[in-house]
Write a protein that binds this ligand. Structure first.
Ligand SMILES: Nc1ncnc2c1ncn2[C@@H]1O[C@H](COP(=O)(O)OP(=O)(O)O)[C@@H](O)[C@H]1O
Ligand SMILES: [Mg+2]
Length: 327
């Protein structure tokens, strides 16, 4: 994989297993500051486990190993649980999809946001409230000064998700990981939240790792894509390059399963077979039983990730695929 300048996050060879189940295997991932990287893949491919391992929340039953996990210059492999607690919020944040349960129902929004500034920055009550109102404005809450005394249930789902994002960026972290942050929201609101994340990455010069199973929603906002299947990154690279010419049949299949991105006039495609299950991964390429481009070697030899032309891809047929597209 190519080395990028100014990485907010740099992961090399991350593996996570739960007992006998290898949920994540040898994952390389890089999120530059000021860029949005979309991590894609069907349910069960290992996206959330990857995210949780990075921020130190893999859980007691997880065995995590990596050659490198760097947050800026900080080696996260050496971080203790206490150090992780300090780093989370201040230098990296994880936003989850369930905004209602992540907010405290008995505290006002102003108090929950203000608390962050009081605890981490020692701000006075008045300054903390002022900063809280500024943040609400930054994430697109209308009339923020009149809303800081309101409770979570007084906001819509989309507005609550904005408030969660406000809390995640309050201390200006260099890395924001959003794990399916829009799944519970309607389509229009989803697009607005993604636009918010995209604009914040520039305003705050923050690396954003956006986890989603929906390619349509990221095609407009992602700088880079990483596609995960059965615990591995199967294709990664510049978003424009990968979207225009996918080099892995799984990426191609994901693209063809999205109405807005499918070729005009082409049939909408459903990926055959079952989504990946890390406890029963087939020999050879893990995707081969579902792959319409599979040849004999795919059933026996697992393709290694190879870098070329601004992307990394692990597929025996990728040259054929790219040849077909460019010729
Ligand atoms: N705490 C856990 N214990 C055992 N297996 C787990 C645990 N968490 C996740 N897994 C397994 O790891 C795989 C990847 O899960 P996950 O990262 O949540 O997938 P995704 O987010 O891509 O949908 C799944 O098969 C899941 O069952
Ligand atoms: Mg998940």
């Amino acid at each position: 994989m190519e080395t990028l300048t100014r990485p907010a996050l740099r992961v090399r060879g991350l593996s996570v297993s739960f007992g006998e189940i290898p949920a994540v295997r040898h994952v390389d991932l890089e999120v530059p500051r000021g860029e949005l990287v979309a991590l894609l893949g069907e349910s069960g491919s290992g996206k959330s486990v990857t995210a949780r391992a990075v921020v130190g929340l893999a859980g007691a039953g997880a065995r995590v190993s990596a050659d490198e996990i760097l947050l800026g210059d900080t080696d996260l492999r050496a971080a203790s649980p206490r150090e992780f607690e300090t780093l989370r919020g201040a230098r990296m944040s994880l936003v989850l999809q369930d905004a209602l349960s992540a907010l405290n129902p008995v505290l006002t929004i102003g108090d929950q946001l203000g608390e962050l500034f009081r605890v981490h920055n020692g701000a006075s009550r008045r300054v903390a409230r002022e900063r809280a109102a500024e943040l609400l404005g930054l994430v697109g809450i209308p009339a923020p000064r009149s809303r800081i005394g309101d409770y979570p249930h007084q906001f819509s789902g989309g507005m609550r998700q904005r408030i969660l994002i406000a809390m995640a960026i309050a201390l200006e972290p260099e890395l924001l990981i959003a794990d399916e942050p829009t799944t519970a929201l309607d389509v229009t609101v989803q697009a607005q939240i993604l636009e918010l994340l995209a604009s914040l990455r520039e305003q705050l010069d923050m690396g954003v790792l956006l986890i989603t199973h929906d390619l349509a929603v990221v095609s407009e906002v992602a700088d880079r894509l990483a596609v995960m299947y059965a615990g591995r990154i199967v294709e990664a690279g510049d978003a424009g390059t990968v979207l225009a010419h996918p080099a892995h049949p799984y990426t191609e299949a994901l693209l063809r399963s999205v109405p807005r991105l499918a070729q005009r006039g082409g049939d909408l495609f459903t990926i055959p077979g079952s989504p990946p299950n890390p406890s029963v991964v087939p020999d050879g390429c893990p995707f081969h039983p579902r792959c319409h481009r599979a040849v004999e070697v795919c059933a026996t030899v697992r393709p290694e990730p190879l870098a070329s032309g601004g992307r990394t891809v692990a597929c025996h047929q990728s040259e054929v695929m790219l040849g077909v597209h460019s010729g």
